[in-house]
Design a protein around this ligand. Structure first.
Ligand code: CUA
Length: 383
C-alpha cells in the first residue's frame, strides 16, 4: 500500500533527527554537574570509569546490532495482505548456540576489566597518607592522625599524593562518596572500611552521603579541597596552631596572619578576613576585634555551643555531637555542604537551624538577630 509505505518513510526520516536530539540533550555539558563520576580526577576514579566505558561500548554495540536487525527485519520482511502464510519453524540449534555464545563472550570480556578493577581498588598503594573519616547524622568528621589535626565537612587533600581513608560511623550506616575521586564506600558503626585515591587536580569538589541515613540524608554533603602538596603542608601547619588554651593575646600580633584568643578556640584570624582569602600569607596588620567578636565569644560560651562543638583543630575532644569549628570561618560551605558560607547564611543557620535543616541535632537556641551577628563575627574569625 503506497500510503503505509509513505508513512513508514516519514517515520524513518524522523529517526535520525530524534537520535541527534537525544545526543544533543545528553551532551548538555557534563561540566555543569560537578558531582559527576564521569569526569574522573584520580587514579582510583579512572579505574571505575574505564570499566564503565567498556561496559557502555559493549552495550552500545549490542544495541546497534539488535535494533538494526530488528528494524531491518520489520521493514524488509513486513507482511502484505496477499502474502502466503510464512513457513513455520520451531527452533534452530545453530542459531541458538550462536546467540548464547555471543552474550557469554561479551560478559566474559566485561568481567576481565571489572575483576581487575576490583583487585586494583581494594589494594591501597604504599606510602598513602591516612585520613580518618567519621560519618555522623548529618555531617562528616575528618582526622589527620599523623598531624593530629581535626576538621569537619571540608576535607583537605594534597594533589599528587595518595590518601587512604579509614572510615567509621558515629551512629548509623552512611556511605562516603566523593564522585570525582572514588566510588562509594559504606560507612558502618563499629566496622572499619577503607578507600584511597591519588588526586591529579586541584580545586573544590563536592561529595555526598550515598546511603539513606535519616531525615537529612540528602543534606549530608561535604567538600574535598584538593590543593598542591606545598599548600597542603601549609594548611596542616596552620591547623596545628589552632590548639587549646592559647596564651592571652599580646598587644600586637606577631608576624603572621593569626591572632590569639584566650578562649577554648585557640588562635583565630582577624574577624574581618573574608572566608575566601585563603592565601593571605603576607603578614596582615592586626585588626582589632570588635565588640561583636567579644559578644560572640561570650555567647558561644554561655549559649550551650560549647557542649557540642570544639574550636580546636589539635587535641580536639572526640565524640562531640557537633562538627569541629576550628576553621569554620574559612570553609566554603556550612551545614555539611548545604549552604554557602556567607555571613547571611551563617547567621541564619545559627538563629534557626531547624528551619534550614529540619531535624538536625542542633536545636533552635532562641538566638536573636543581634546575637547571631555576634556569633557569626566570632565564628568567622576562626579560620
Ligand atoms: Cu549519611 Cu545518608
Amino acid at each position: 500500500m503506497p500510503l503505509r509505505t509513505a508513512a513508514a518513510r516519514r517515520h524513518a526520516g524522523a529517526l535520525p533527527s530524534l537520535c541527534a536530539l537525544a545526543l544533543a540533550l545528553a551532551g548538555c555539558s557534563r561540566d555543569q554537574y560537578p558531582q559527576t563520576a564521569l569526569l574522573p580526577l584520580s587514579d582510583f576514579a579512572r579505574i571505575g570509569d574505564h570499566v564503565q566505558d567498556q561496559t557502555f561500548y559493549w552495550a552500545l554495540g549490542v544495541f546497534i546490532l539488535v535494533e538494526g536487525a530488528l528494524l531491518y527485519s520489520v521493514f524488509r520482511f513486513r507482511g502484505r495482505p496477499d502474502d502466503p502464510e510464512p513457513s513455520q519453524i520451531h527452533g534452530n540449534t545453530t542459531i541458538e548456540i550462536i546467540w548464547t555464545l555471543i552474550p557469554a563472550l561479551i560478559l566474559a570480556a566485561i568481567a576481565v576489566p571489572t575483576v581487575k578493577g576490583i583487585f586494583e581498588t581494594s589494594r591501597t598503594p604504599p606510602d598513602a597518607m591516612t585520613i580518618e573519616v567519621i560519618g555522623h547524622q548529618w555531617w562528616w568528621e575528618f582526622h589527620y592522625p599523623d598531624a593530629g589535626v581535626t576538621t569537619a565537612n571540608e576535607m583537605y587533600i594534597p594533589a599528587g599524593r595518595t590518601v587512604e581513608l579509614v572510615i567509621n560511623s558515629g551512629d548509623v550506616v552512611h556511605s562516603f562518596w566523593p564522585p570525582r575521586f572514588a566510588g562509594k564506600r559504606d560507612v558502618f558503626p563499629g566496622r572499619e572500611t577503607r578507600l584511597w585515591w591519588k588526586a591529579d587536580s586541584t580545586g573544590l569538589f563536592p561529595g555526598q552521603c550515598a546511603e539513606y541515613c535519616g531525615i537529612q540524608h540528602a543534606r549530608m554533603a561535604f567538600y574535598v579541597r584538593s590543593v598542591s602538596s606545598t599548600d597542603f603542608d601549609a594548611w596542616i601547619g596552620h591547623m596545628q596552631t589552632l590548639g587549646p588554651k592559647a596564651p592571652p593575646a599580646p598587644a600586637t600580633a606577631p608576624a603572621g596572619d593569626s591572632l590569639k584568643t584566650a578562649s577554648a578556640g585557640g588562635n583565630v584570624r582577624a574577624p574581618q578576613t573574608a572566608p575566601a582569602a585563603q592565601k593571605d600569607t603576607a603578614a596582615a596588620a592586626p585588626v582589632p576585634r570588635g565588640t561583636e567578636y567579644a559578644q560572640g565569644e561570650k555567647l558561644f560560651m554561655t549559649k550551650g555551643c560549647m557542649g557540642c562543638h570544639s574550636l580546636q583543630a589539635v587535641k580536639a575532644p572526640k565524640g562531640l555531637i557537633g562538627p569541629n569549628l576550628a576553621n569554620v570561618g574559612a570553609r566554603s560551605h556550612i551545614a555539611a555542604g548545604w549552604l554557602k558560607n556567607t555571613d547571611e547564611n551563617l547567621e541564619r543557620w545559627i538563629r534557626e537551624p531547624q528551619a534550614v535543616k529540619k531535624g538536625v541535632l542542633m536545636p533552635n537556641l532562641g538566638v536573636t538577630e543581634v546575637e547571631s551577628r555576634a556569633l557569626r563575627a566570632y565564628l568567622r574569625a576562626h579560620q
